[in-house]
Design a protein around this ligand. Sequence first.
Ligand code: HEC
Length: 113
Amino acid sequence: MRFIWLFLPILLFSEVKEMESFITEYEYGEMLYNNPRGISCAQCHGPFGEGKKIVHYKENGETLTIMGADIRNKSLNEMLKSIGIYHEVMPRYYLTDDEVKSIYEFLKEKNKK
Ligand code: HEC
């Protein structure tokens, strides 16, 4: 009965391993889209990448709106290019190409549903 303690860590570990593989590509992309390195893409691009109002502000009596772009129909190449450069509003992310690809696939899949 004592040797169960020897095997317990192995049992637990293999369970964790198994749980990891339960994450699908879709869920991985979803996770990245909603929580990449701090600021969620969804905050500015909406849950489907459809674009969203970020802020209203007044300048010289005019109300201006900053919008997050509609990114549903962006190609993977456009996504890769756009995420890798500096923008005025959008933060610079340091995502790998694979991570951007997962976000791209996730948005494509989500908009099919
Ligand atoms: C703080 C708000 C904000 C966040 C967070 C944000 N974006 Fe953006 N994004 C923008 C705005 C605004 C634009 C369009 C103008 C610009 O800033 O150049 C844009 C542009 C883009 C474009 C290019 C669209 C075009 O028309 O070429 C892509 C692709 C994109 N964002 C993807 C993402 C992804 C993926 C994430 C998460 C990793 C993200 N953005 C996070 C605000 C945001």
